[in-house]
Design a protein around this ligand. Structure first.
Ligand code: DGT
Ligand code: CA
Ligand code: CA
Ligand code: ZN
Length: 580
């Protein structure tokens, strides 16, 4: 459980206490603790063994400490569990609807005893919300719109949320005797930027008998974060987690595990093409095995590798399984060698306490070094981003000096001095040319005026690319997954200009950005545009998010050669000055 997860539970509990009409002092103590934990730079999980250190965090008193201790020993908070039992866990989803706060939810509950999204939607459609005190037709219409938005995005979750839930569930499943292998399949294994539901495959001795499976399924049904069971059968159980995510758990005998992995990893389009190939070769392929058409004699099924091999194909990495030509390449032994995390020699988009980051230059550099990077760059914001305390020319120059001084002292890693400079509405960069020219790396990004006409936005980005100081364009489309669409512009024109001026495009690995995405990365590669994979870390703990970027790069079939931060330090520095 990381700090963010703990903070979420405390925020939820505060909301539930408010719905329950408890005193404001108690509610505030939960919100304050949540905020303090969210922003605390050390992990509570590690601190919890030292109660004094936890108590030293402002906003955390003795009773909150007891809550945290309970959270780590029992995996839940009894205060929250009791409230959820009283109001039903579906209340947590209601709280996620924009503009529907604890006060209104409490009103709805006291009048109608309804605590779920479907129920509230029905009330609104029947005109029953407007009858509540201080509510009117306008509120009702707004609420319906908010429910619609919630439905539209709540069907999918960010890849890191999917991964976290899969890991938590695996930890729980591992404890069941006779289960010894637990693997996520589906879109999560293919590294898609968002996941619909989780597909978890389980095998072991317990999965080989009906009795064993029934016991295992009963165990899964006791999983604490489970909200409701959707369906349960002989070798499968589907359920919702309290956050609304659907999970399908399937129990397989070991001899079918590879076939099931192949089938449930998908994608559906890849599977259809693979099955056609199997049929042509005289086999049938399903989730249990690859078998001869005649006599149905299994010839492979224990591992995915043996299935692809029997079909005379090289092993296809999950990220490539979208039926975009990968089968032909596998047949001709021509699959690309996809980039891996180990190929990266540096991460060059990071913020520090000087603007809106949480750690110092030294702390970020130490963390980058600990990851084994040969180089890294500090790229704080420029003044246009006032709420982030962005740098003006003078502070930017002072900051470079500080970055270079730290670089001199540290051994084993090169620290580049850079900036993430705003691309202003007219395409000018936010700092003067001679300051930008002193930088090793200039990341130019759009952070404001997102709603320009596409033609205007294209012009704006072209101007930034043509600026001789620009090394790369940061998070080029500006989308925030499940929240904000990309701003409109002519991607083709931008990529063509980037190739011409040798300006790189960023693949920002932050899970809610993943920008450029897999589709755009493929277009960039086709036009010879080079990519830089970064994390945009605002905290040392963010650097591990690089793996989500790597997954997208692999989905776009990128190799080491397509990505500039696989180069050694000197060559990389030249590439940031348009020489590659
Ligand atoms: P998602 O959950 O929307 O993010 O995407 P997936 O790919 O995880 O899709 P899901 O959960 O519906 O199914 C998991 C995998 O099971 C899918 O990638 C391929 C396989 N599968 C599901 N339905 C079919 C089907 O009708 N035919 C075939 N051949 N495979 C299927
Ligand atoms: Ca799925
Ligand atoms: Ca599924
Ligand atoms: Zn940015």
């Amino acid at each position: 459980m990381d700090n963010k997860a703990i903070a979420n539970i405390l925020y939820e509990t505060a909301d539930l206490l408010e719905i329950d009409g408890q005193d404001s002092f108690r509610i505030r103590s939960y919100r304050n603790a949540a905020q303090a934990i969210e922003n605390h730079s050390q992990s509570i999980k590690e601190l919890i063994a030292e109660p004094k250190q936890v108590l030293a965090i402002p906003g955390i008193g003795k009773s909150m400490l007891r809550n945290l201790q309970e959270l780590f020993t029992d995996g839940k908070l009894s205060v929250q569990a009791e409230l959820l039992a009283k109001y039903h866990p579906s209340m947590l989803q209601l709280l996620k609807i924009q503009g529907l706060g604890p006060k209104t939810i409490a009103l709805i509950w006291s009048a109608y005893k309804v605590s779920d999204v479907d129920g509230v939607e029905k009330l609104a459609r029947e005109g029953k919300i407007r009858e509540l005190p201080r509510m009117g037709e306008k509120h009702e219409a707004k609420l319906l719109k908010a429910i619609e938005d919630y439905r539209r995005i709540s069907g999918r979750f960010l890849i890191d949320a999917g991964e976290t839930e899969a890991e938590k569930l695996a930890e729980y499943l591992e404890k069941f005797p006779g289960i010894d292998k637990i693997t996520p399949a589906g879109s999560l294994r293919r590294g898609r930027e968002t996941v619909g539901d989780l597909d978890i495959l389980v095998t072991g001795k317990a999965c080989t008998t009906e009795e064993g499976r029934q016991k295992a399924i009963a165990y899964v049904a006791q999983y604490p974060p489970l909200m409701d069971v959707i369906a349960s059968g002989d070798n499968k159980i589907s359920f919702h987690l309290r956050n609304g995510m659907q999970v399908d758990v399937r129990l397989l005998p070991p001899e079918s595990f590879g076939a099931a992995m192949q089938y449930f990893t998908g994608s559906k389009a890849h599977n259809v093409a693979l099955r056609q190939r199997a049929l042509k070769m005289g086999y049938t392929l399903n989730e249990y095995s690859l078998a001869t058409l005649e006599g149905e004699k299994p010839v492979a099924g224990k591992t995915e590798e043996e299935i692809y091999a029997k079909l005379k194909l090289d092993y296809i990495p999950p990220e490539m399984r979208e039926n975009l030509g990968e089968l032909d390449l596998a047949k001709d032994h021509a699959l690309p060698t996809l980039i891996t995390q180990d190929d990266l020699q540096g991460d060059v988009h990071m913020h520090t306490v000087e603007t809106d980051g949480k750690n110092t230059i030294e702390e970020m550099a130490e963390a980058a070094k600990a990851r084994g990077y040969k180089y890294m760059a500090i790229t704080d914001h420029s003044k246009n981003l006032a709420f982030a305390n962005g740098l003006d020319d003078k502070r930017a120059v002072e900051h470079i000096a500080r970055i270079r001084a730290v670089g001199k002292q540290m051994e084993g890693i090169t620290i580049f001095a850079g900036i993430e400079v705003d691309i202003l509405a007219d395409g000018d960069l936010d700092l003067s040319d001679d300051v930008l020219a002193q930088m090793d790396i200039v990341i130019a990004s759009v952070h404001s005026v997102f709603n320009q006409e596409p033609a205007k936005m294209t012009e704006r980005l072209l101007k930034a690319i043509e600026n001789p100081n620009t090394s790369l364009i940061g998070h080029p489309t500006g989308r925030i997954q499940l929240r904000r669409d990309a701003y409109g512009f002519d991607m083709h024109a931008i990529l063509t200009a980037a190739a011409k001026h040798k300006v790189a495009m960023e693949l920002n690995s932050y899970p809610d950005r993943l920008d450029l995405n897999d589709v755009h990365l493929r277009q960039a590669k086709q036009r010879g545009v080079k990519i830089v994979i970064n994390t945009d870390s605002h905290h040392t703990s963010h650097m591990e998010k690089i793996r989500y970027g790597i997954l997208q790069a692999r989905r776009a079939w990128l190799t080491k050669d397509d990505v500039l931060n696989t180069l050694p330090p000197q060559k990389f520095a030249k590439a940031m000055k348009h020489a590659w």
